[in-house]
Design a protein around this ligand. Structure first.
Ligand SMILES: [Zn+2]
Length: 339
């Protein structure tokens, strides 16, 4: 029986060494120490021994039991340590491996320049206003001194939703909307999308952007208009920028003017960029027509103001030397990532 015990002990140790996971260890525990286990069977067999041998044998069996128990515990501990080492190895983080860069977009060239223009005007104390792109005929034309059948309407054919609702052809309706709500002093710019029923080509798009400006207060004069817009041009194009004002006609300003900047490519001599003129038109402006003020409930005897409007696309095209307007709206990343 002693030999049997020795064999069992050796066999248990051997099997335990070969065991690779905790389920295997558990199976061995049942096999040797369980109620129906081999060691228990050996204890039962002790009934056949003589009374002198029984306690000796009992002690040996108990010793074997605690040895096997300890070996099982030890094995469990070793397996856990192994598992931990393996995970540490697998989940190791090498902080020196170069990262995978995620491509980050950037602002559209139109937005870049618009932000710059907004900054310039905010710096001069202007506020930014925004309004509807789907507009009433009244605000887009009539309130701007362009009644139905006014010839100026012909140059601004647009998309009509009904006879009286249309996509705005200009940001100028914002002049009226602001003056209706706000009493002077008023000092705003209103950038936004505008629409015209134009065929798409290198210089035309049915959708483009304008930036409207409006200043109304007591004692606003043409010299304020000139000073403000000249300062704007110098901020946008550099201190050396030279501007000139030419008389023009707009129905909602009187007098009206267009502002040109001396060609920064040829310095005024005439080149392809300025089409030989030496000057490039950048915006239209004028003193707000008294009829427009009156229509908004502002007394033209007490208040005066000036307004201006410019096309964003043309400014951006000149800034980045882009010769085709369509590129702005095609969203080709190869084009956009250059700016
Ligand atoms: Zn030129």
């Amino acid at each position: 029986m002693k030999e049997q015990l020795e064999a069992l002990r050796a066999e248990a140790q051997e099997q335990l060494r070969e065991c690779v996971d905790s389920a295997g260890v558990e199976a061995l525990r049942v096999r040797y120490l369980g109620k129906k286990g081999q060691l228990t069977a050996l204890l039962r067999g002790m009934g056949a021994l003589s009374p002198e041998e029984r306690p000796k044998m009992g002690a040996l069996v108990n010793q074997a039991r605690s040895e096997i128990e300890a070996a099982l515990e030890e094995k469990i501990r070793a397996l856990k340590q192994e598992e931990l080492n393996r995970r540490l190895q697998e989940e190791q983080l090498d902080v020196t491996v170069p990262g995978v860069s995620a491509p980050i977009g950037k602002k559209h060239p139109l937005t870049q320049v618009l932000d710059e223009i907004k900054d310039i005007f905010l710096g001069m104390g202007f506020q930014i206003a925004s309004g509807p792109e789907v507009e009433l005929d009244y605000y887009n034309f009539e309130a701007l001194n362009m009644p139905k059948n006014h010839p100026a309407r012909d140059t601004q054919d647009t998309f009509y939703i009904t006879d009286n609702i249309l996509l705005r052809t200009q940001t100028s309706p914002m002049q009226v909307r602001v003056m209706e709500k706000q009493k002077p002093p008023i000092k705003i710019i209103a950038p936004g999308r505008v629409y015209r029923s134009d065929e798409v080509d290198a210089t035309h798009s049915p959708l483009f952007h304008q930036i409207e400006g409006l200043v109304v207060d007591k004692g606003i004069r043409m010299s304020d208009l000139k000073g403000t817009l000249e300062l704007f041009a110098k901020r946008l194009y550099g201190e050396e920028a030279v501007v000139r004002f030419r008389p023009h006609h707009f129905s909602f300003t009187e007098p009206s003017a267009e502002m040109d900047i001396r060609c920064f490519s040829c310095g005024g001599k005439g080149c392809r960029l300025c089409k030989g003129e030496g000057w490039i038109e950048i915006l239209g402006a004028g003193m707000v027509h008294p009829k427009v003020l009156q229509g908004c409930g502002i007394d033209p005897a007490e208040y005066s103001g000036f307004a201006f409007g410019m096309g964003l696309e043309r400014i951006v095209m000149r800034r980045f030397n882009i010769d085709d307007l369509r590129l702005f709206f095609e969203n080709d990343v190869r084009f956009l990532e250059q700016f």
